[in-house]
Design a protein around this ligand. Structure first.
Ligand code: KET
Length: 453
């Protein structure tokens, strides 16, 4: 029996029952389960309250964000947080882009107000975000075939789309890559959307299992939603080649599936916004209907501003208008309308040629720093590891992460022995690594790989 519950004989009493039947004000009474408490001159009897939440068990820590909590609690000076995908400077400090500060100053100077946004978000943001994705002047935009609404960053935008799927495509499955970003499964589970997986990562080659991917997409029930990472696949860092994207589009079209892109790293994979949107634009050019969730957490460093969007490309302007109205209907009871600050930053930066240029330069700088530490880590591994193991997969991967191939026990060793915090699937965030720490990380990886099985 839970210690805070009250027992009278074999009967458990709920607080309301106690207060009704047993609680007497002004006397300590003789009931041993009631405590006397003196408050100045008034004496009242208070029950030791059992919690109504006894049935709520402890939730496990989040596999990604929980890593940061564990990192904070570690006092070792060598500790390194390679868990969450968040950009750090060479000094391992969070980075606020100069162009973001500039846009914020502009907002202060203008004295922008804090009125509610419409349910669909800031119009200037929605325009800018769709143009960034498809390219300004793209037919899907000109023909008003995209329903865009501002979302609570990538996660919130994915969640809105999941709710739309649950409501209008009952029973349809979302087919996600194996592995994928840990939160995808949570999002679809919470939205009560069934999901299954397609093969993606081949541990033997530490590369893409393209044949498996195509076979599984073919096999999915006709009209399934196929979740695709637009660029910089998380957690593997392995993207299909342009030729493979064409084949993926072919089979999706053949099977009448609906593509569902998660674009959380536009500009972060290659350093170029356009190059990283190539996969999405390929599908748009084919006149397909599809979803794209966008995030500005990484490419503008707006992690805490929760700014992103869901775009639904439709085959007619009329369908887009109706879809947009339903997305708004889903958003209104969830959070009413989105926050304005991040939306204004994006709109200001994208809407001003000078600031847009500055953003691109800073994004190139961030993507460049990650590429440099990727190379340095590879060089350190090759020079220190005399076993002949081929580490070249690290250089072939793209984006913020490296999927090291370390298993759970080896990842645990990285953390417990070396104070290197990472997710248990063997993913490390290179955005949280400095050149100075590459040798140390290489030692940790070599030890974990060879001495732990
Ligand atoms: N999609 C992908 C593929 C992704 O990696 C993230 C974040 C998101 C969407 C959502 O980000 P948002 O901040 O909601 O726009 N990934 C990192 C952070 C996290 O897990 O929340 C990560 O993988 O470390």
């Amino acid at each position: 029996m839970a210690s805070s519950m009250l027992s009278l004989g074999s009967t458990y009493l709920l607080p309301r029952e106690i207060s009704k039947d047993k609680l007497k004000l002004g006397t300590s009474g003789s009931n041993p389960f009631l405590k006397a408490k003196s408050i100045s001159r008034v004496t009242m009897t208070v029950a030791v309250k059992p919690s109504r939440f006894e049935g709520i068990t402890m939730a496990p820590p989040d596999p990604i964000l929980g890593v940061s909590e564990a990192f904070k609690a570690d006092t070792n000076e060598m500790k390194l947080n390679l868990g969450v995908g968040a950009y750090r400077t060479e000094e391992l400090q969070p980075y606020v882009l100069n162009v973001v500060k500039k846009a914020e100053n502009l907002m202060l100077e203008r004295g922008d107000n804090k009125e509610y946004l419409p349910i669909e978000g800031l119009a200037a943001f929605n325009k800018a975000t769709a143009e960034l994705l498809f390219g300004a002047g793209h037919p899907v935009i000109k023909e008003q075939r995209v329903a865009t609404i501002q979302g609570l960053s990538g996660t919130g935008s994915l969640r809105l789309a999941a709710a739309l799927i649950e409501r209008y495509f009952p029973g349809a499955k979302v087919v996600i890559s194996s592995p994928t970003w840990g939160n995808h499964k949570n999002i679809f589970n919470d939205a009560k959307v069934p999901w299954s997986e397609y093969r993606y990562y081949d541990p033997k080659t530490i590369g893409l299992d393209f044949e498996g991917m195509i076979a599984d997409i073919k096999e999915a029930p006709e009209g399934s939603f196929i979740l695709l990472h637009g660029c910089a696949h998380n957690p593997t860092g392995i993207d299909p080649t342009p030729e493979q994207w064409v084949k993926i589009a072919d089979v999706i079209q053949e099977k009448n599936h609906i593509p569902f892109f998660d674009v959380a790293y536009q500009g972060f994979a290659s350093g170029s916004l356009d190059e990283d949107a190539a996969s999405v634009r390929l599908f748009a050019e084919r006149g397909m209907e599809f979803f794209v969730a966008q995030s500005y957490s990484k490419n503008l460093g707006l992690y805490a501003e929760r700014i992103g969007a869901i775009n639904v490309v439709c085959s007619s302007a009329d369908a887009a208008t109706r879809v947009k109205s339903q997305l708004k209907r889903i958003a209104r009871p969830m959070y009413s309308n989105p926050p304005v600050h991040g939306a204004r930053i994006v709109a200001n930066v994208v809407g001003d040629a000078t600031m847009f240029g500055e953003w691109k330069a800073e994004m190139e700088m961030m993507a460049g720093r990650i590429k440099t530490v990727r190379q340095e880590l590879y060089d350190s591994l090759v020079s220190k590891d005399k076993s002949g193991k081929d580490w070249s997969f690290i250089l072939k991967q793209i984006g913020m992460f490296s999927f090291t191939g370390l298993n759970k026990a080896q990842s645990d060793n990285m953390t417990n022995k070396w104070h290197v915090y990472m997710t248990k699937d063997g993913r490390i965030s290179l955005a949280g690594l400095s050149l100075a720490k590459c040798e140390y990380l290489a030692d940790a990886i070599i030890d974990s790989y060879h001495n732990v099985s």
